[in-house]
Every structure is written in structure tokens, then in C-alpha cells.
Design a protein around this ligand. Structure first.
Ligand code: SF4
Length: 247
């Protein structure tokens, strides 16, 4: 495929993804349940075939759980970036589709990759304890990552991987429509807020992300290495609880 067609296809994929995110999250107008994207690599001269299909269903009959299922179906056995080559399992996310609070990390680690579930290692256990200290459970919040597949050796995600995978996170958030997103760790906070400010400067106050209040805080893995940070994280969690009316 020529480079210009590659770019065109990428732009169209982003456009369709944004259109879908808008349609499935909008209260009005209703009437579309799903949009699927299909690109045929076969070239006709310089043309490339792009097909968009829409299925009808009223917005009221399209609950959040179904929207999440559809996003998972759209991801399928995703091979959109190179991380599919080394992953054991794609880690989509888990929790309540009706959650008022969504925790977003950077990417699955080794345990998450093996189990196909987010935050199940030592850092995950600490996150569970934080959630329970807030008077919540893992089953009434939602937990996911920016990337759905583990970067080899837990290296930092690459810009192109984020660029390809983040639209699915945005769709998840638009399906759930939580009151608060908690971005855990430097990488998640900087990526979601598109800033180079360090987490120490970002945490402690709400920021706007996709129309949702976002609280950056330290990653539980950081807290395992630096227990002194727990007080600050608890202060951030209290601000979240206050916003959710849980204090
Ligand atoms: S990281 Fe995201 S885009 Fe890359 S293969 Fe996994 S699900 Fe697909």
C-alpha cells in the first residue's frame, strides 16, 4: 500500500472512530446502535474502499453494558499495533458499566497480561485496598488502562501505540459516562491531559478530560516503592469522594 493511502486509511479510521464515539454517547439524536468500519486494502488505481455500516436501535435500548460489549467486539483480536505480537491476553477492563468512578492506568503488566484482567498484581491489590477504603468495591467502579496490551518488559508505551489504542479508552469512557476519572501514574496523567507537567504538579486538583472531571494521582506501584506518597493519594481520593457525595 502506498504511504499516502496508509495515511488516508489511518485518518478515515480515526474519523469513523470519533463518529462512532459521538453517536453512541449522544442522547440525541437516537437511532444508531453501532457503526462498523471495514477497509479493503485492495487498491483500484489510487482508490481504497472504505465501508461504513450502521445498525439501528434506539439510544434508550442501548445500555452502557451493551456499548462496552460492542467496543470489546470491535477490538476483537486486535492487531492494530505491534503489541499484539508479544501479548498473552488483551486486557480490556472490568467493573461496573454504571460506575461513577473509573480508574485508568498506563498498560497491563505481567500478571495482568497472564490473567487478562487489569490491576491484579501487587499494585492491583493495593488499588483494591484504596477502593475499599473509599467505601467502594472493585465491582462498582471500573478499572482499565490506556493501552490494552502489555508493552514488552513493561517499557513505556510508544506514541504510535497510544495514538492507535486511546480511541477505544475514549469510547469506554463515553459509554460509561462516569462522574470522575482517576488517572494513576505519571504516564496516564500526562497522556490523558496531553501535558509534560510532572504528576507532583498535576495531582491534588481536578482537570477536564473529555467533559469528565479527572483527578491525577500516584500509581499504586509507585506507592509500593514510596509509601510516603500514600497520604497524598488518600487526600486525592477524599476529593473524589467529596465530588461523588461519598463524604
Ligand atoms: S495495544 Fe491496543 S491497539 Fe495495540 S494491539 Fe493491543 S488493543 Fe490493539
Amino acid at each position: 500500500m502506498r504511504e499516502s493511502n496508509r495515511e488516508t486509511r489511518k485518518e478515515l479510521l480515526e474519523l469513523v472512530s470519533a463518529l462512532k464515539a459521538h453517536v453512541v454517547s449522544s442522547e440525541e439524536p437516537k437511532g444508531l446502535r453501532n457503526i462498523t468500519y471495514r477497509a479493503n486494502d485492495t487498491q483500484r488505481g489510487s482508490e481504497m474502499m472504505i465501508e461504513v455500516q450502521a445498525e439501528g436501535e434506539t439510544g434508550a435500548a442501548y445500555p452502557r453494558a451493551r456499548r462496552l460489549e460492542d467496543i470489546r467486539l470491535e477490538l476483537g483480536d486486535c492487531r492494530r499495533c505491534d503489541l499484539h505480537r508479544t501479548r498473552k491476553n488483551l486486557v480490556f477492563g472490568e467493573g461496573s458499566p454504571e460506575a461513577e468512578l473509573v480508574f485508568v492506568g498506563e498498560a497491563p503488566g505481567e500478571n495482568e497480561d497472564i490473567q487478562g484482567k487489569p490491576f491484579v498484581g501487587r499494585a492491583g491489590h493495593l488499588l483494591t485496598r484504596i477502593i475499599e477504603a473509599m467505601g467502594l468495591t472493585r465491582s462498582n467502579v471500573y478499572i482499565c488502562n490506556i493501552l490494552k496490551c502489555r508493552p514488552p518488559g513493561n517499557r513505556n508505551p510508544r506514541p504510535e501505540e497510544i495514538h492507535i489504542c486511546e480511541p477505544f479508552l475514549i469510547q469506554q469512557l463515553q459509554a460509561i459516562r462516569p462522574k470522575v476519572v482517576c488517572a494513576m501514574g505519571t504516564f496516564a496523567a500526562k497522556t490523558l491531559l496531553q501535558t509534560e507537567m510532572p504528576i507532583s504538579k498535576l495531582r491534588g486538583r481536578f482537570h477536564a478530560y473529555q467533559g469528565i472531571d479527572l483527578m491525577p494521582t500516584y500509581h499504586p506501584a509507585y506507592l509500593l516503592r514510596n509509601p510516603g506518597g500514600k497520604k497524598l493519594v488518600w487526600s486525592d481520593m477524599q476529593m473524589i469522594m467529596e465530588l461523588l457525595g461519598k463524604k
